[in-house]
Ligand binder design. Sequence first.
Ligand SMILES: CC[C@@H](C(=O)O)C(=O)SCCNC(=O)CCNC(=O)[C@H](O)C(C)(C)COP(=O)(O)OP(=O)(O)OC[C@H]1O[C@@H](n2cnc3c(N)ncnc32)[C@H](O)[C@@H]1OP(=O)(O)O
Length: 300
Amino acid sequence: MAVSLWKSLLQTTKSRLFLQRGVSLYNGVHGFEEEAIKKKLQQFGGGSINLSKEDHGIRVLTLNNPKQMNAFTGTMMLELQERVTELENWKDGKGLIIHGAENTFCSGSDLNAVRAMSSSEDGMNMCMFMQSTLTRLKRLPLISVAVVQGKALGGGAEFTTACDFRLMTPGSEIRFVHKQMGLVPGWGGAARLVQIVGSGVALKLLSGALKVDPERAVHLGLAEETLPSSDETRSLEEAQAWLNQYTKAPAEVIQAVKKVVTAGRELQLEAALWAEKDIFGTVWGGPANLQALAQSTKRK
Ligand SMILES: CC[C@@H](C(=O)O)C(=O)SCCNC(=O)CCNC(=O)[C@H](O)C(C)(C)COP(=O)(O)OP(=O)(O)OC[C@H]1O[C@@H](n2cnc3c(N)ncnc32)[C@H](O)[C@@H]1OP(=O)(O)O
């Protein structure tokens, strides 16, 4: 009796904690010194992370540092955390498109910052900071899609895996170049890659630092499809049309859909079932549900 009570309390706590916004993956117990790393990252400026205005429940996040092929500077890492917080508080959101400025996705960490932060302490803190931000990004109750134009290298390749889906433009490539730098992914990219393509394919992509073109990415299940256009504006429009297929419903329904899928992916079965029950309770008898019940029983 006591064991089952304890177990059920643990499941509830896990499923409730999981649904909370803004929860960092790491804290002082893990040796994460968030304020110290923020101060350090502030020293490596350049570029920005821009978030467009809402358009039919969809916003566009742009990695904007074209002079360095959209490499992530320290201040871009800080701005990304701020934008994710903004998105967590976006009540009417349904979808998010992420792309890089000037027709390339992202060439990973800014190597100038990496060189200046080569101590183990800095490396671990940056790794925990980015893992935490990208985990929050992946858990957003929005359907997210990365539009890969040009190159997504190193941390850029990892970033694409923090989106629900990837669409690639002709001639683009995703490449986990970490091995060539004597590294492994540290932004959570390896763990997510295994979830997306399985451990065998992930092992090949990482150990071979393989260039993954759109055809191969679709074949491996890493990307959904190759967009027809490589032109920046047109490919964004095509991505928007692709995403529209999955966002045609009120925001609270789309958000609930994403939440049950995230729970199913991240929690153990019983905790996922608890979470699903809680999420189901937010839409049962809600406006969209009542409206659907009042209409025809035929699903077209
Ligand atoms: C911590 C490790 C890991 C992680 O976070 O998980 C990383 O991500 S480390 C970074 C991994 N990325 C790379 O190693 C890519 C390095 N860059 C390249 O291979 C090439 O630049 C390119 C992206 C293939 C583009 O080549 P090309 O079209 O020939 O352009 P240029 O090489 O002339 O680049 C233009 C300009 O951009 C600067 N650049 C590119 N990438 C970075 C970067 N990651 N950090 C800093 N700067 C970068 C490059 O130096 C050029 O600058 P200028 O010479 O001043 O014009």
